[in-house]
Design a protein around this ligand. Structure first.
Ligand SMILES: CSC[C@H]1O[C@H](OP(=O)(O)O)[C@H](O)[C@@H]1O
Ligand SMILES: Nc1ncnc2[nH]cnc12
Length: 298
């Protein structure tokens, strides 16, 4: 769907570890959405929250079936775009790389360092090359609204922070954890890249709420990170995340034009392949992601 001035926002929520459902949705239904990029993680849960259209996708699938490296991020973002989503809230569990960010803190991350290496990272490729800007990888307008919600709900938080994305599925070594700290990173997780890159290519606003579940292994009192310890905090964080979505949805309802930061027009100056050299098969797959600039049939 092309975002034109006056198009009402449709909020997409990608739920991470511990967030497999959304409370309070009316007219809720799970809908299968096919993508030319393969299988999304699950069906999409559609409904309305306080009058705001919302589409929810559990990143690992219901029951947490899919590990980080096997998530089909392209299919997920493409399916959300096909479902009409215009802005994405990504909710993620992370480890803390900073003493002042204890478990239970929510970080509205605004930068990423992408250390993943085994994932498809672009919708584009041979036959249709594109280079989108990523200096500011998240939507600042959404970040402002998220901060308002976190303040209203009295959830301890930090606005801004760098999220190191590792391949996983194993947690880091102490040497890696200390390296990432020396790079100035604040939190560590396994999923927000290439998700944020693909959202930008698909001209969707994207914002991350990174919920701290543990101090990563650099911390002298936390020699090992364990799933058991994480899950305990995760359950508490997940309840707060659902409250956050409920508070945030109406705050995002009013947008009378495309995103001021340019998220909805990211492809305007990104396409480089000469029209006569473009691959029709790839163009056909890009109908949803890049239909605004390529036309619905490329
Ligand atoms: C359950 S701990 C590790 C797991 O949790 C995070 O996932 P998500 O970002 O989807 O909440 C982390 O990236 C790992 O995939
Ligand atoms: N310490 C950690 N490292 C990577 N991903 C995580 N998700 C939650 N805690 C994490």
């Amino acid at each position: 769907m092309t975002v034109v001035p006056g198009t009402p926002p449709v909020l997409g929520v990608i739920g991470g570890s511990g967030v497999y459902e959304i409370d309070g949705l009316v007219n809720r239904r799970w809908v299968r959405v096919d993508s030319p990029f393969g299988e999304p993680s699950d069906e999409l849960l559609m409904g309305e929250l306080d009058g705001q259209k919302l589409v929810f996708l559990p990143r690992h699938g219901r029951g947490h079936r899919i590990p980080p490296s096997e998530i089909n991020f392209r299919a997920n973002i493409d399916a959300l775009k096909r479902a009409g989503v215009t802005e994405i809230l990504s909710v993620s569990a992370v480890g803390s790389l900073r003493a002042h960010l204890p478990p239970g803190t929510f970080v509205v991350a605004d930068q990423f360092i992408d250390r993943t290496f085994a994932r498809e990272k672009s919708f584009f490729g041979t036959g249709m090359v594109a280079h989108v800007a990523l200096g500011h990888p998240v939507c600042g307008r959404m970040g402002d609204a998220i901060r308002q919600s976190l303040e209203a709900l009295a959830i301890p938080h930090q606005r801004g922070g760098t999220y190191l994305v590792m391949e996983g599925p194993q947690f880091s070594t102490v040497a890696e954890s200390n390296l990432y700290r020396s790079w100035g990173c604040d939190v560590i997780g396994m999923t927000n890249m290439p998700e944020a890159k693909l959202a930008r290519e698909a001209e969707l606003c994207y914002a991350t709420v990174a919920m701290v579940t543990d101090y990563d292994c650099w911390h002298p009192d936390h020699d090992h990170v364990t799933v058991d310890a994480i899950i305990k905090v995760l359950v508490e964080n997940a309840a707060k995340a659902r409250a956050l979505v409920t508070d945030l949805a109406p705050r995002l309802r009013h947008r009378d034009a495309c995103c001021r930061q340019g998220c909805h027009t990211a492809l305007d100056n990104a396409l480089i392949t000469a029209p006569e050299k473009r691959d029709p098969a790839l163009l056909a797959k890009l109908d949803a992601v890049a239909g605004r600039v390529l036309g619905p049939r490329g």
